[in-house]
Design a protein around this ligand. Structure first.
Ligand SMILES: Cc1cc2nc3c(=O)[nH]c(=O)nc-3n(C[C@H](O)[C@H](O)[C@H](O)COP(=O)(O)OP(=O)(O)OC[C@H]3O[C@@H](n4cnc5c(N)ncnc54)[C@H](O)[C@@H]3O)c2cc1C
Length: 405
């Protein structure tokens, strides 16, 4: 059946995005909706890629377990997959336009994540681009080339997270792992490392993780990694980073997690987002004004703070995006009279992540009912690596087989 045919008895839920949030929503919907109802996922990528493993890719390590092909995985579960980008939405007409087609929907779930806003900081992108980052496979490969060059031409390294950055923990992980790799190659003395972040304190991670601060501070000072905290990056140019503190850092290599924005062009032009392109939702993941549109994962934020987070913006993690997608799918199914809504918007365990930093690692967790208790545990490097590998394998397996729902 073509994606735009919609038999009157069957309801059609369309999900834009095929990563943690989109797949979580799709499998949950398939499990809850009637067999004749249709679930269609639309996304431009042919494979799911486990983004936390991109840090390994930037370090030149391969991971055989970090990806799978989307179409066969979804087809096995009777979920249609349209490999294309959504270009436009007609909210009144309940249709989305892709590169090749119009697809009508009864409910739409937006799970298109975020995208780097590299124009927000002069010099970060463009012809004279002087920095690299890790947000996709391509950018990880570019960062890998820059880091390879650093190993052949050692000099100062600036690494960190800009104001408005997502995936901040990847910068910490990369800093620790590079420190180990440089030491192993006997190059550490020739590569001074400075970690720069706009966070109010080290390890804040954009949502107030308080337990990691002292651990990271200690790990960095033991490893002679200098820090510049609570500073914005004003501009980047060949071999230098200008900070809001007026300091200019010289660097042979610059790896900065960039500011993020949402899909401004698609959803904002339809009036579904704030000015940054992020979609405001209720605690049911329903758009604040459009009852047939839901959003989950990095693409969304709550219009009111939600416990146990107490903030509108949830941490941008795969773990949480998956949960948000599942809850949005469950609520969308309930709105079509299939099952009950999700009992709570956010899980008690809000954050679990492992930073594989070479000789050392960190396990960070945040958990609670009304408010969050944060924990940070330093792990031996080998334990952190095994734990992160096990999480990667398990989550990729769950997402490939649909066991996630
Ligand atoms: C380097 C790095 C390290 C990370 N480390 C961790 C970690 O250790 N632990 C952790 O939990 N999380 C980590 N994360 C974060 C995690 O990967 C993200 O939070 C997660 O991928 C967000 O999921 P999402 O589904 O909301 O969006 P995304 O993963 O951004 O997916 C968006 C989806 O939408 C699709 N899309 C985009 N535009 C369109 C369009 N126009 N039409 C249709 N589809 C579209 C994309 O192709 C994609 O399928 C890391 C991320 C990075 C980059």
């Amino acid at each position: 059946m073509a994606a735009n045919q919609n038999p009157s008895s069957a309801r059609h839920v369309v999900i834009a995005g095929a990563s943690f949030a989109g797949l979580g929503a799709a499998y949950t919907l398939r499990k809850r909706l009637r067999p004749e109802d249709r679930v269609t996922v639309i996304a431009p990528n042919d494979s799911f890629v486990f983004a936390p493993s991109l840090v390994w890719a930037a370090l030149g390590r391969s991971s055989a377990h970090s990806r799978f092909a989307l179409e066969p995985a979804l087809r096995r579960k009777n979920i249609e997959y349209v490999q294309s980008a959504v270009r436009e939405v007609d909210v009144a007409g309940h249709t989305v336009r892709t590169d090749d087609d119009q697809v009508s929907y009864d409910k739409l779930i937006i799970a298109t994540g975020g995208r780097p806003d590299t124009t927000a900081i002069p010099g970060l992108a463009g012809e004279f681009r002087a920095a690299s980052w890790i947000v996709s496979e391509n950018s990880a490969m570019e960062a890998r080339n820059v880091l390879r060059k650093l190993f052949s031409e050692p000099g100062p390294l600036v690494i960190g997270a800009a104001q408005g950055a997502s995936y901040i923990s990847a910068a910490y992980e990369l800093a620790l792992a590079l420190e180990t790799a440089l030491r192993r190659e006997g190059l550490r003395d020739r590569v001074p490392i400075t970690f720069v972040t706009a966070e109010p304190f080290l390890g804040h991670l954009g949502f107030g993780q308080t337990a990691a601060r002292d651990r990271i501070q200690k790990l960095f000072s033991q490893r002679n990694i200098e820090t510049r905290v609570a500073v914005a990056i004003e501009h980047v140019q060949a071999e230098e980073v200008k900070l809001s503190s007026c300091e200019t850092l010289l660097a042979n290599a610059i790896v900065i997690m960039p500011p993020f924005t949402g899909a401004v062009d698609i959803w904002k032009s339809a009036g579904l987002t704030d000015e940054t392109g992020m979609v405001p939702v209720t605690s049911e993941y329903r758009h604040i004004e459009q009852p047939d549109i839901y959003a989950a994962g990095v693409a969304s934020y709550f219009s009111q703070p939600v416990p146990p987070l107490g903030l509108a913006h949830a941490p941008h993690t795969g773990y949480l995006s998956l949960h948000m997608g599942k809850a949005a799918g469950q609520n969308a199914a309930a709105s079509l009279d299939c099952g009950t809504p999700a009992p709570r918007p956010l899980p008690r365990t809000m954050d679990v992540r492992v930073l594989d930093g070479g000789r050392v690692g960190l396990l960070l967790t945040s958990r609670g009912d009304a408010t969050l208790r944060h924990r940070a545990m330093v792990l031996p490097g080998v334990v952190a690596h095994r734990l992160k590998s096990a999480i990667e394998r398990y989550l990729v397996w769950e997402l490939r087989t649909g066991r996630v729902a």
